[in-house]
Design a protein. Sequence first.
Lengths: 389, 97, 152
Amino acid sequence: MIAFDILLGLGMLLAAAGVFWSADLFRAIVMFVVFGVLLALAWLRLQAPDLALAEAAIGAGLTGVLLLDTLSVLRAKKTAAGKLPPVDQQLLNTFTSTRACAAQNNHGKGHENLRFLAVGLLSLGILIALQAALFMRPEAAVNLPSMVAEGIPDAGIEHPITAVLLNFRSYDTLLEVAVLLVAVIIGLSLRIPSNSNEQQAPSSALIGARQAAYAGVISEDGGNDPILRNFTQRLIPLVLVTGGYILWAGSTMPGGAFQAGALIAAAGVIARLAGYNIASRVDQLLRFGLVLGFLVFLTVAASVMFGGRPFLNYPDGWAGSLIFFIEAMLTFSIGLTLLSLFVHSPGDGAEPNAKSSQRSVKSGSTVGSDNGVGNRPPGNSGKAEADHD
Amino acid sequence: MSLLLTIVQTILIGTGVLFFLVGSIGLLRFPDTYTRIHALTKADNLGLGMLVVGLLPFANSPQQALKILLCWVLILAASSVSAYLVANKLQNEEPDA
Amino acid sequence: MISFSVDFWYAGIGAALIALSLLAFLLSKRLLKKLLAFNIMGSGVFLMMVGMAQTQNDGAADAVPQALVLTGIVVAVSATALALVVIRRFALASVVAALAAENKAAENDAAENDAAEKNGAERTGSDTAVSDTTVTDTALTDPNLNKNGDPQ
């Protein structure tokens, strides 16, 4: 297995280098997803199946979709094919050429070289310092695994990681959920104030136009595509059931609220990509769902104080059920949080008019001159133009 | 008997991995999107089937075997739908191709 | 100590990832790339945390760092999502700014003025360094956009 570890480690480094190397952002994101998958394998080799589950669902899946979606919004046109620099170029060359194409305001060449040198030295220094720290590590002061093993019988839950998350270090988890809540609140308030009740909310033409921008991920008329729709309808219940199973499994084996929440978010994202705009239809419920997990967690944590127990100290015999209850609510909230950070991003339906008019200009008035983008089906652009009359 | 089983499993898994390898080479080497999808989905689906058949005897319990089969069905469905979507998108963009 | 240990190997890979992504983070001028680099840096830190802890425990799985990394992964994805929201908002704001410049230029109705403003608009777009040329393309060709795309 040593050979596998070495290959996997080097593969991760290569994938990371590929992310930074690629001049094309689409390619960089694909490399990032590859990196996520390799990292999930590395977690398995490190005997951390929970982390592998989370990384596969979140790092590789959800983050990749988020990034691709943002890229498609930013470009609002099909990713230009090719024109990548040869991969075997020197690292230095690639970085400078990338920068040359990214930023038109070139300063002097000497200035750039100096900058590269300084940053390179800094990175090298950090690499050496980190490796030195690894080799000169001290002995462990406390034996955490044995402490966890001692505490498990009283924790009310058998799986050590869930026990750490929701019993031994539940403070951390409570505050982490609060961080998620803050993130989603900021995300929601940065939405473009959509005059959402304005007649033309998400018309089908608009959804079509949006989905055409999903650089090769989804078909143009995804919302009406029978195969995609049928597949999604069968897939989503399965994903939700799997999420429930992983939540339930979390008490005895790898699994738990975070992985299950990621799966639920993934189900929502799949639905959104296939043209089902669920989250926008239930705005009030969504807001309630976002705070539900944190609220329940905090209530349970504080209400034990009525019995004279310290904050977050579960009563004897109740720990298992309380933890499962909290976890179930957390799953729901984490799933909704991740989903609404995706669905309610600016540029995604919140300001549909800008997008559709952008597309209509591309497809209508500049046919032919705009390589590749001009020859999309005429029906689409016509509808999009009619949209904002 | 168990030796025979091991040999058969080794052959199945080895061939499956080989098909994945061929599919990946096709993905890297073929000139356009249609041929790439073709290489990826066909070769990988065959390789996947062989891996699943090869892994089934390893399952400790019927539940585990069912999980492997479920994975197989899901991957097949996902890969065919995504291949269809990519091809369809391409078709819409370049009707002549 | 010299003998190969899986945990130690991945901790070393994590350290290399941190250094590599620091390089990319500082050198890249595109926001999306910086975000990717930051994410990979985080993954490097996670690998180091778990690898180091398990090396110290002679390769036994250690639930405490694993649990902390699990929360870390979720926080990282929400931070990434938030950063993407901000980037999108930023790109949109640059469209609006470019449009405002465009409208002003049209009102001035002077050729030289017009050209200067357009250059200004282009610079606004490219300074954001996230939205290549499309944003400004649209801004310069689409008079409708202002009416609808302008956040009130």
